[in-house]
Design a protein around this ligand. Structure first.
Ligand code: COA
Length: 158
């Protein structure tokens, strides 16, 4: 599957709002795209929007993770949609491109937060060389829906 990429602009916010986020949580796409600390990437398969995700270059917002891995780049909101487009390598292509962007900024470690109950995403990131954190998961504001908490994974870029 050939995936092409471009960075999102304000003109893409309506499409992103119609492109479901990775979980049942709501996202403020307009703010995420406008934030100059982020690079918001869109992935197109056969010309159709099939994936999105962004890197926050300034690190984790979750204090426990920021303290554990200060200064790393953080992948957020990666999602391949519709579901029928999954398991075709699009998510991998997105992460490879985001890692490429990180290397061009001389970033040496990329990380991400993931709910403990999202075992599919953990398997995906593990397939790409991301290691699980050995610290205790954090209970965030969505603990009612994710009672096992939020953990992180990371990869050193060679
Ligand atoms: C996680 C996600 C981005 C993966 O995207 P994708 O395009 O389906 O992933 P790929 O096709 O590149 O998968 C690469 C490898 O990851 C692993 N993998 C991917 N999805 C998996 C799943 N559901 N279960 C187990 N392993 C999985 C497999 O090893 C896979 O290789 P294979 O298909 O040859 O077995 C996609 O499932 C998704 O959008 N999920 C919902 C949102 C989400 O959870 N995002 C992550 C938040 S932290």
């Amino acid at each position: 599957m050939t995936v092409t990429f471009r960075t999102a602009t304000a003109d893409d916010v309506a499409d992103l709002d119609a492109h479901p986020p990775q979980t049942d949580l709501t996202c403020d796409h307009a703010a995420e795209v406008a934030d100059t600390n982020n690079t918001y990437l869109l992935g197109f398969a056969s010309g159709t929007l099939a994936a999105h995700g962004f890197v926050r270059w300034t690190g984790f917002l979750t204090k426990t993770f920021a303290d554990a891995l200060p200064g790393c780049a953080v992948i957020n909101s990666l999602c391949v949609w519709p579901r029928s487009m999954r398991r075709k390598g699009i998510g991998t292509a997105m992460v490879v491109e985001l890692e490429h962007l990180a290397r061009t900024r001389a970033v040496t470690r990329v990380a991400l937060g993931v709910y403990v109950d999202n075992v599919e995403a953990q398997a995906f990131y593990q397939s790409l060389g991301y290691d699980p954190w050995d610290g205790q998961p954090v209970l965030d504001e969505h603990a009612d829906r994710h009672p096992d908490g939020f953990t992180m994974m990371s990869k050193v870029l060679l």
